[in-house]
Design a protein around this ligand. Structure first.
Ligand SMILES: C[S@@+](CC[C@H](N)C(=O)[O-])C[C@H]1O[C@@H](n2cnc3c(N)ncnc32)[C@H](O)[C@@H]1O
Length: 336
């Protein structure tokens, strides 16, 4: 190494000393190239962006800065922190566990191994919910199987007049959900409740007063779990994944329980697995729901199901101002 390079390296490390010749600090570009190679060799298809996210985290910088500033020298302690993160990612630990957060529909959520990492397809369920709720003032919502609180917090954030109960049977998950609601300034409107599905809500024989029951419950058939990527099966809670023999153990019970807590005209929206939409549509129809509809995710899978409790009940009309009827969930012919 030339003397000039050595001095530049020393300056970059911030010690400014000239008496000792040290190895040049690695640059962002060099660190990224090495890490991306290592992560690709570990079988990660997102090796390069993962390396960028992790280096940005180690530097306390934005990912874009890392992408743009390849020549930046990285001090030894930071490089060591980065190497440790890369080693964990190479062992297929989820990127979000290493970063400690995931961005979801406009909110940044803390994620830990106690909760499912919120998935991008679930953002489409939130978007559908916001469409359904658009004409309903002060909506009351239950997010069942809230995990990190992703759906509950995203809805409360997008609708400042909404009140949300966020339910989960995992106390560890609820701690994360509660913390997320607090960090986002939503704690007053996102009430966290422990229990099985809708059981924490007080029973009302004539039906409840919720406008929306929304849920991304575990829906994977138990037999499928061993075939999931290592990131998922080794690092995410089994309670968040296992939907029983056919995957519908919890969704089936939720559909049966939902009419008890929904007001007439209220809606239910659920996320389901591949090839489950038809079965869930039938369950909804069998429970008396109307306007059953499905929406596809970006991969073309019928991922989300929606339906409404019938409005025939006069209470629906009297509890709302005129012209303020429920948004119709358009049902594709297949599920009518
Ligand atoms: C697939 S994760 C979804 C988490 C979050 N809603 C999301 O979309 O990121 C399902 C969640 O349901 C919870 N869960 C599982 N069984 C439950 C039950 N019987 N009652 C309530 N929650 C349950 C799990 O603990 C987990 O947090």
């Amino acid at each position: 190494m030339s003397t000039g390079a050595s001095q530049r390296a020393q300056r970059a490390q911030g010690d400014g000393g000239l008496s000792t010749v040290r190895a040049a600090a690695p640059t962002v570009g060099v660190l990224l190239a090495g890490a991306a190679e290592r992560l690709a060799a570990a079988g990660l298809p997102t090796a390069r962006p993962d390396a960028e996210w992790l280096l940005a985290a180690a530097l306390g910088a934005e990912r874009l800065q890392v992408v743009l500033d390849r020549a930046r020298a990285v001090a030894a302690p930071t490089a060591a922190r980065f190497e440790a993160l890369v080693a964990r990612r190479a062992a297929h630990e989820p990127l979000q566990h290493l970063l400690g957060y995931e961005d979801f529909h406009g909110v940044r959520l803390r994620v830990t191994p106690d909760v499912l990492v919120p998935r991008p397809e679930t953002e489409a369920l939130v978007a559908w919910a916001l469409e359904v709720l658009a004409s309903w003032p002060r909506p009351r919502i239950a997010d069942v199987g809230t995990g990190s609180g992703a759906i509950a917090c995203a809805l409360a954030n997008a609708r400042p007049d909404a009140e949300v109960v966020a339910i989960d049977s995992s106390l560890a998950a609820l701690e994360v959900a509660r913390d997320n609601a607090r960090r986002l300034g939503l704690a007053r409107r996102v009430r966290v409740l422990a229990g099985d599905l809708l059981a924490p809500l007080a029973p009302r024989p004539a039906g409840g007063g919720l406008d929306l029951v929304i849920a991304n419950l575990p829906y994977l058939p138990t037999g499928l779990l061993p075939s999931l990527p290592r990131e998922v099966v080794a690092y995410e809670p089994r309670l968040a994944l296992d939907g029983g023999g056919d995957g519908l153990r919890l969704v089936r019970r939720l559909v049966a329980e939902a009419p008890r807590v929904l007001r007439p005209g209220g809606a239910v929206l659920v996320e389901v697995g591949e090839d489950q939409a038809g079965a869930v549509a039938s369950l909804l129809a069998a429970e008396g729901f109307v306007d059953v509809a499905a929406r596809r995710d970006l991969a073309g899978v019928e991922r989300h199901l929606g339906a409404r409790r019938p409005t025939a009940d006069a209470a629906a009309r009297s509890s709302r101002s005129p012209g303020e009827g429920p948004a119709r969930i358009a049902a594709p012919a297949r599920y009518r």
